[in-house]
Write a protein that binds this ligand. Sequence first.
Ligand code: SAM
Length: 329
Amino acid sequence: MSSAPHIPVLGREAIAHLAPRDGGIYVDATFGAGGYSRAILEVPGTRLIAIDRDRTAITGGAELVERSAGRLALVEDRFSNLADVCAAQGIDTVDGVVMDVGVSSMQLDQAGRGFSFRLDGPLDMRMGQSGPTAADVVARASEGDLADIIYQLGEERHSRRIARAIVADRKDTPFTTTRALAELVARVVRSKPGDIHPATRTFQALRIFVNEELEELQTALAAAERVLTPGGRLVVVSFHSLEDRIVKNFLSERSKTGGGSRHLPEVAQVPPSFQLLTRRPIVAGDDEVAHNPRARSAKLRAAERTSAPAHQDGEQSSWPRLSDVMRGG
Ligand SMILES: C[S@@+](CC[C@H](N)C(=O)[O-])C[C@H]1O[C@@H](n2cnc3c(N)ncnc32)[C@H](O)[C@@H]1O
């Protein structure tokens, strides 16, 4: 296999922790431009199932599939379905799952995808090609739901003011472009020179919401736990604190050994399904950040599957849900 066209964020560290070996079967849950996948295929004898919900990523990977001589299956799907995707390939267990979550620079840089407040385009923000767009959410969500979305998923303190202004303005003209929404936020949220763009948090919130990114991640981690063979590796690179918190909580809960009270009955203690490989997250070095500013917020966490059974799924967190909001519920 030839080398990657660009070096993905924390690529070297991610592959080092995944530790692909001859004869192993791996899942790259976020194919993107295929940087991680190429590195896995560089190891002779590996087999790889790669997933992306974005059809353009799948089309872009067609040539790599062809050159892989049957070692790479590239599937258009959500990574929350990764266990079913493997089963459809006739695979029940795998030796490693790697996830590099979030949007790709290819998606961010294309005005037509509507992710960027810096480029004018349709207010879309979907990574895949189905479901409601950001424009649909901005047009239909109640003021309370918009404020919750922007506050919880964007960690934006001015969420109520922004939601009120959206609802007031959309009566006259629906928001259909990234520029219109970015201008509204800039009008409502004052910023000083040197601050991040005032629309950064609102755009992040809508993107996470439209793509159900947190639910996807939580479901995919549990799916990875079910398909990983004992000794198999889970490696996750995330880009903001909400995602990293999910990964951190999942891995710390799954790797807890006993702990609790010695007076508790033994049945209450579920053996750990993972052993941590990274006590603290790995972050990009100054060199990588200098070449790729996006790497600044990247965090890598990794763990090795034990032979204990997968845990029961815990409670789902209480983020605003796309289906509830679009149903008006
Ligand atoms: C940061 S990029 C991955 C870059 C990749 N590691 C590389 O080396 O080129 C993230 C990719 O994951 C995809 N993605 C994000 N969330 C997804 C999900 N829930 N299901 C499937 N694909 C997803 C995006 O469409 C995007 O192409």
